[in-house]
Design a protein around this ligand. Structure first.
Ligand code: HEM
Length: 211
């Protein structure tokens, strides 16, 4: 089957090239900004692109499980790289805002408190920190699979907050942010679809043995 072939081909592809490929657009973006290739307000362009790419990556990470469940395409081994890249993009998005956009420390706190879209973006970022810190194998072992999975359920809060932040950033009735929000809600909704129980094996195999 096509899916089996795809999964087999993917097994030969390691995750590390994803980190390299994922970092390249950021380097390219800053380079274009430096040489004057991003128009009259390069800081805004960089800020916006990083935010948008960060959101794409967050959505891609959220899509991995439903994609596996409903199509059989297994991308689970790339999920850590996708998540860490999302964190890297959002951290850079935040740093651009702090260092190149607002710049004045007094105004940073005022913006976080007074502008609801910044408050929501900041909340999403803060919740991403435990996800990034526990994304390594050591943390999975230390926390245990169950607790680790519970911590990583924070994703279900982070990604909608990121999408809501985008809805709030855009002035007027632009539809694009709503499409992202709808995609996020649909991906979360798919997780509520009950799993079909496997039919019992003939002869009762799979049932616990009676003592
Ligand atoms: C998960 C977290 C976040 C996501 C997914 C995200 C995503 C986005 C997106 C998609 C945009 C609009 C891009 C466009 O118009 O093309 C944006 C804009 C922006 N974001 Fe974020 N962001 C996040 C966190 C933050 C944080 C932590 C801050 C700062 C504290 C921040 C500050 C901004 C600012 C200042 C803008 C531009 C607003 C303007 O046009 O004036 N974001 N973000």
């Amino acid at each position: 089957m096509l899916v089996d072939r795809l999964n087999k081909a993917l097994r030969a592809v390691p995750a590390w090239p994803l980190y390299v490929a994922g970092a390249l657009p950021v380097i390219w973006l800053f380079y274009r900004g430096l040489i004057g290739g991003l128009g009259v307000d390069p800081v805004k362009v960089i800020e916006h692109r990083l935010g948008l790419w960060g959101l794409w990556l967050l959505i891609a990470g959220l899509a991995v499980t439903p994609l596996g469940r409903f199509t059989g395409v297994r991308l689970i081994r790339y999920r850590r790289a996708i998540g860490l890249l999302a964190f890297f993009y959002i951290l850079t998005h935040l740093l651009v805002w702090l260092v190149l956009d607002v710049q004045i420390p007094r105004l940073i706190w005022a913006d976080i408190v007074k502008r609801p879209y910044i408050t929501i973006g900041m909340a999403a970022f803060v919740l991403m920190i435990p996800l990034a810190l526990t994304s390594n194998t050591w943390s999975v072992r230390k926390l245990g699979a169950l607790r680790w999975r519970q911590v990583h359920k924070l994703t279900y809060v982070v990604v909608p907050l990121g999408a809501i932040h985008y809805v709030m950033v855009v002035k007027g009735w632009e539809m694009e942010p709503f499409y992202y929000l709808a995609t996020v809600l649909a991906l979360l909704g798919l997780r509520l679809v009950p799993k079909r129980r496997r039919a019992p094996m003939p002869g009762g195999a799979g049932r616990p043995a009676r003592s």
